[in-house]
Design a binder for this molecule. Sequence first.
Ligand code: NAP
Length: 446
Amino acid sequence: MVKEILEAILAGDTPPEEFAALPLPESYRAVTVHADEVDMFEGVPNREKDPRKSLHVDEVPVPELGPGEALIAVMASAINYNTVWTSIFEPLPTFKFLQRYGRISELTKRHDLPYHIVGSDAAGVVLRVGPGVTKWKPGDEVVAHCLSVELEDPDGHDDTMLDPQQRIWGFETNFGGLAEIALVKANQLMPKPKHLTWEEAACPGLVNSTAYRQLVSHNGANMKQGDIVLIWGASGGLGSYATQLALNGGAIPVCVVSSPEKAELCRRMGAELIIDRRAEGYRFWKDEQTQDPKEWQRFGKRIRELTGGEDPDIVFEHPGRETFGASVYVARRGGTIVTCAATSGYWHEYDNRYLWMNLKRIIGSHFANYREAWEANRLIMKGKIHPTLSRTYSLEETGQAAYDVHRNAHQGKVGVLCLAPREGLGVRDPEMRERYREEIHRFRNV
Ligand code: NAP
């Protein structure tokens, strides 16, 4: 029956009634971690924890559809770092999240299972909508953002990210996007950009929305024209969108990367000021406990060389412990350090004198609300921001894909084909695609 769904999607002109009449399968293939394996890497150092061992492809039952929800056929998904965290059970196994979510109501209880279907991005087609959903119907081609909220409390009604029941779908909830079918809340859905293939459409969602809030939104750094923006990991998942958002918004990115290939990717996006942190050998830590302010200074000097003497208005932070001291130091007087992650460690240390005496600010940012995710997706739909897909993997190879991201052996984003039998399908606006062909392929085959 999954086959019939796929045929209806591939036909490209199947009417909504026919999608609605297609029988749902009882089960589908999904990438999971198992609750009885959460201790499998005990004693193994972080770098050696291998997602290929913990990520499985299982046949799982289709979950019951609740009010305000939708079941979507997933053509393609993408790897996010949160799937790396889930697969190495760090900083803690995600089953704790599912159990906590499951305690809220009869409906949320469905999520508390001995397996966790991961994945926080998806491009596909709506199969069914639950009671109360009016905006979407079977057959709609969509992408899903990963914000799951309940909004029963007042707190989230100004900015939905502040809902006390805010969760990241496919990380803190079950039934995620690395699967043939996914369960989402209808308010996670957004139109699929018509000029992109399934795998291209699936890859920006999480990182583009996160970078948009972090850098552009008034909830983040509120970037303006002419701002100098220091971007760590500028060719990575978040960074490749931050770089494009900076350029698109008239700011001046200073891109930090770790190889000539990655520097070239930044140039292809239009960036001119680039620092190869490996080639220049920055060592912000002398040892595990001691930072080296001389190295912060050397780094700051290099930034000034590139910018003609200016310091960054904004530092786009996510590596965390390893870079945070330097980030606080190099931001200009009155500048902003905006952080959404801590890949290299979450115990940050910085010299507070540089923060307060120079009136700098540190802002915490996390994913994006629906409005921000919609605005970020709109930029993709209008061809202002482009996917940074470098390669795709099959559903069976998801472990390898997560392994490559864990080892920082990838470029930009990597995609996963779920139902899509091959790359290149799903383009509904070939003319627009032709206009942006070069930009769309910037990250391919590097
Ligand atoms: P990614 O694709 O792996 O890119 C991260 C980049 O950061 C790498 O390409 C690397 O670039 C750079 N980097 C890694 N370790 C570094 C270090 N020690 N020092 C300096 N640079 C370093 O991952 P991503 O998708 O951008 O995600 C990055 C982090 O953000 C992850 O921890 C993820 O969980 C988190 N995140 C959080 C949110 C949120 O909503 N809060 C959303 C998305 C991601 P170079 O080697 O080229 O320098």
